[in-house]
Design a protein around this ligand. Structure first.
Ligand SMILES: NC(=O)c1ccc[n+]([C@@H]2O[C@H](COP(=O)([O-])OP(=O)(O)OC[C@H]3O[C@@H](n4cnc5c(N)ncnc54)[C@H](OP(=O)(O)O)[C@@H]3O)[C@@H](O)[C@H]2O)c1
Length: 305
């Protein structure tokens, strides 16, 4: 079994001439989505609030776009800071700037999200509302602002969702509620916008290594049975590794590519099978005992005559 996400499996000119508008594009997961799109010839517009983060991402991706010498067309990377997805008018301005500078928008990634850990008792109405406003309303606002371009170019949209709402994850009721709405929006928009040639899908990442979101949840006091909290967590993931930002980038490339031209309204879960575990939590039965049994050599069965 692979212990890391596959790299370099796509045709380098796959997205030549295409343009992607990415909210949250300077964040950990979405900047990797942007990076991998750039490597395949796609120009990108990085949208965020924090100017420094946006400019740093643009700088890094611009260097990368210059390195992609096998792609015949010039790839452009622009950044538009000080954009809050809760504010439709600022998003409209970002779309205009993108179209002015890059000529078009074919793909949209709605990845901007707010997150923090809080139990219900300590969560204010405003805190809950702000996550729903960024994750859900911000996703709606993003598609709305890009709509004309999506119609014109028969575009494709990816929402970045989560799996937290498939069961009741503690300290995450705000994100779970918001992402449940994101999934519902994905399905409704897929059905509506499919009629004018626009595909709408979502990616639901599981526990992604190297992100602040995962680091905040996977905490614990020291080692249990010689294993750290992260090792313990990883053992419960059927594919026995944490997700990587590359896993999410690969799903993104697939969903934007023509290979997915008949796929819309899907929430693609990229979590190593984790959510299927439900509440089964029985170490060492899973995974140690199970693994031993699965790999045990059995005597061949004698045919019954
Ligand atoms: N990390 C995980 O393991 C995990 C698991 C499941 C789902 N996800 C989802 O994956 C996506 C990316 O997560 P991540 O871990 O990469 O998070 P991240 O690094 O914190 O990135 C989130 C981005 O959203 C932007 N953002 C936040 N509020 C905004 C607003 N009001 N307007 C515009 N931009 C805003 C932030 O930029 P500014 O600071 O510049 O505003 C930031 O760059 C999110 O949708 C998250 O819910 C993550």
């Amino acid at each position: 079994m692979r212990n890391e996400a596959p790299k370099n499996i796509w045709n380098l000119n796959l997205f030549k001439g295409k343009v992607c508008f990415i909210t949250g594009g300077s964040g950990t997961i979405c900047s990797k989505q942007a990076e991998e799109l750039v490597k395949l010839g796609c120009s990108v517009s990085i949208i965020g609030r924090n100017e420094q983060k946006v400019l740093e991402t643009v700088k890094r991706l611009t260097l990368l776009s210059g390195e992609s010498t096998t792609i015949e067309e010039k790839i452009k990377v622009i950044g538009i800071p000080n954009i809050d997805v809760r504010d439709p008018s600022s998003l409209h301005k970002a779309v205009s700037t993108t179209v002015d500078k890059l000529g078009r928008i074919d793909f949209v990634i709605a990845g901007a999200a707010g997150n923090f850990i809080s139990d219900f008792n300590h969560m204010s109405t405003n805190a809950f509302k702000s996550v729903v406003d960024i994750d859900l309303l911000g996703t709606f606002n993003t598609v709305k602002a890009c709509y004309d371009q999506l119609v014109l170019n028969k575009g494709s949209v990816i929402f970045v969702s989560a799996t937290l709402h498939y069961y009741g994850v503690p300290f995450q009721c705000h994100v779970g509620a918001a992402k449940a709405g994101v999934d519902a929006l994905c399905r409704s928009l897929a059905v509506e916008l499919g009629t004018v040639g626009i595909r709408v899908n979502a990616i639901a990442p599981g526990a992604i290594d190297g992100t602040e979101g995962f680091a905040r949840l996977a905490v614990g006091d020291g080692k249990t049975g010689g294993k750290s909290p992260i090792e313990r967590f990883t053992e419960k993931i059927p594919l026995q590794r944490l997700g990587s930002v590359m896993d999410i980038a690969n799903a993104t490339i697939f969903l934007f590519s023509d290979a997915a031209s008949y796929i819309t309204g899907t929430v693609m879960i990229v979590d190593g099978g984790f959510w299927h575990m439900g509440n089964f939590n029985s170490y060492p039965l899973y995974p140690d005992v199970l693994k031993n049994r699965l790999l045990e050599k059995k005597k061949p069965l004698k045919p019954k005559i």
